[in-house]
Design a protein around this ligand. Structure first.
Ligand code: PHE
Length: 461
């Protein structure tokens, strides 16, 4: 093993960091929203099947490439599969850069809403606040956007700068336990509300008459995004795992935690929504609406202990987002360190700075600068922000994921994947033949279906 590369200090440290990458805005922001849009039950069931049959096997595939080669995505794919596969890694590095540039903007809002919520808790929620137009004002305020995004990227750079062990792992070790506790408090509070029964029914009772093929494909796309797959994040994190640790177990834990958090977030939000009369109509708008428009007011009206939980909720969003932005930046930084051969501190600052340049364009495209906000590259996705999100989530992750699963399933020998997955630490629930079947057949077919539907114009964002 290359000693100059960082390494996780322990298996727990690795699992926390990788789980931190997976848990993020995808769980708290996107999942409840698209579950809502797709009428719950049946969609959730399909999502769970996608997670188990596609997400879990690809998670193991990415981790095994990383651990086997101990390299960042470009070098790792080149070495594990073949020279030309380096391009797949490069595709992932670009995806990391693109996703980070707009993800950090939403993450930045959580910082602002945290300070706002603290103010509301201390001084009372204003009687005549129109949360919708307050949010619209923020979206169109260029300088506020830039400050918040810059702040969040600065925090991300700060963590990655200190390396795998002292930066990334440390932040995850502190953040994740806090995140779990806050989420549990919110969940208990939500379950005590009168709307929680309706919420649970909505989420867990499948009604297949509501389901169309678009929803199936959306569930698959969400599984990718939520598990941080298709762009090399898990290859990178796997490359810091020592050889004597089981990645099979780790993959299982990451996937289960990510899924539990997504479900909990949906239970919390829907309990609130179903408790307030008239709320269901109001949230029919956007994902942004749920997190930054509907919830603030509700914390001060209906949520038990809302004054206390309101600010905590935005801490939760910020921490979850931070451990994800860290992994996005780390993909880019590890590539720059390995391939451009400069030191980590320099690589981090250069990569963070370049990301900020792209972020500026996206941050000003939410109303502040008309030229950036109005142009349409993809129909119905006006502005730089929406264009980047659409391009990354709908094109980059599915294509990257498809290539990785084909590479692992068809271009790596059975012996080389088996030796990575099976050792004395492999848990008894794992079945190599089933894994190989999923990675060779189920995952490629499912992902090809996404890619084709995107080509035919279906929208997952
Ligand atoms: N998984 C993260 C989330 O759910 C997003 C992410 C995607 C992070 C890809 C890293 C890589 O928010």
């Amino acid at each position: 093993m290359n000693q100059s590369r960082g390494n996780w200090s322990s298996n727990l440290g690795f699992i926390l960091a990788a789980t931190g990458s997976a848990i993020g805005l995808g769980n708290l922001w996107k999942f409840p929203f698209i579950t809502w849009e797709n009428d719950g039950g049946a969609f959730v069931l399909i999502y769970l099947i996608c997670i188990a049959a596609v997400g879990l096997p690809i998670m193991m595939g990415e981790l095994l490439i990383g651990r086997k080669t101990q390299k960042s995505p470009v070098g790792a794919l080149r070495e594990a599969i073949g020279p030309i596969w380096g391009w797949v890694g490069a595709w992932g590095v670009i995806a990391g850069f693109v996703i980070l540039s707009y993800y950090a903007i939403v993450a930045g809002w959580s910082l602002l809403y945290f300070t706002k919520a603290v103010g509301w808790s201390l001084q009372g929620f204003p009687d005549v606040l129109d949360a919708g137009s307050a949010f619209g004002e923020l979206a169109g305020n260029g300088s506020k956007q830039l400050i918040l995004t810059g702040l969040f990227l600065g925090m991300t750079v700060g963590a990655v700068y200190f390396g795998v062990h002292n930066g990334i792992e440390r932040v995850a070790r502190i953040s994740l336990p806090i995140l779990f506790v806050i989420l549990l408090l919110l969940l208990l509070s939500a379950l005590s509300m009168s709307g929680s029964r309706d919420a649970l029914t909505f989420i867990f009772r499948p009604n297949f008459s509501e389901l169309d093929s678009g929803s199936v494909l959306m569930a698959l796309g969400q599984a990718f995004f939520s598990l941080s797959l298709g762009m090399g994040a898990m290859i990178t994190y796997g490359s810091y795992v020592a050889r004597n640790r089981s990645i099979v177990n780790a993959a299982g834990v990451i996937v289960i935690l990510d899924t539990l958090i997504a479900l909990s977030a949906a239970i919390i939000m829907f309990s609130v929504i179903f408790t307030v009369p008239g709320m269901t109509e109001q949230v029919e708008g956007s994902a942004v609406g749920m997190l930054f428009i509907a919830l603030p007011e509700l914390f001060y009206d209906v949520v038990p202990f809302g004054r206390f939980l309101g600010p905590l909720f935005y801490v939760l969003v910020a921490l979850a987002a931070l451990t994800s932005t860290i992994s996005l930046l780390e993909v880019v930084v590890s590539y720059v360190i390995d391939e451009v051969k400069i030191s980590r501190p320099r690589a981090t600052i250069v990569s963070g700075g370049l990301t900020f340049v792209l972020s500026i364009l996206a941050a000003l495209s939410l109303g502040a600068v008309p030229a950036l906000s109005n142009f349409e590259f993809f129909a119905g996705k006006p502005g730089v922000f929406n264009t980047l999100d659409h391009f990354a989530a709908n094109w980059m992750l599915p294509t990257g994921g498809l290539l990785v699963t084909l590479g692992v399933g068809w271009f790596m020998s059975r012996q080389s994947t088996e030796s990575e997955l099976i050792d004395e630490n492999t848990p008894s629930w794992f079945d190599y033949r089933l894994w190989r079947f999923c990675i060779r057949y189920i995952a490629p077919v499912a992902v090809t279906a996404i890619v084709i539907s995107v080509i035919l114009g279906h929208d997952f964002s």
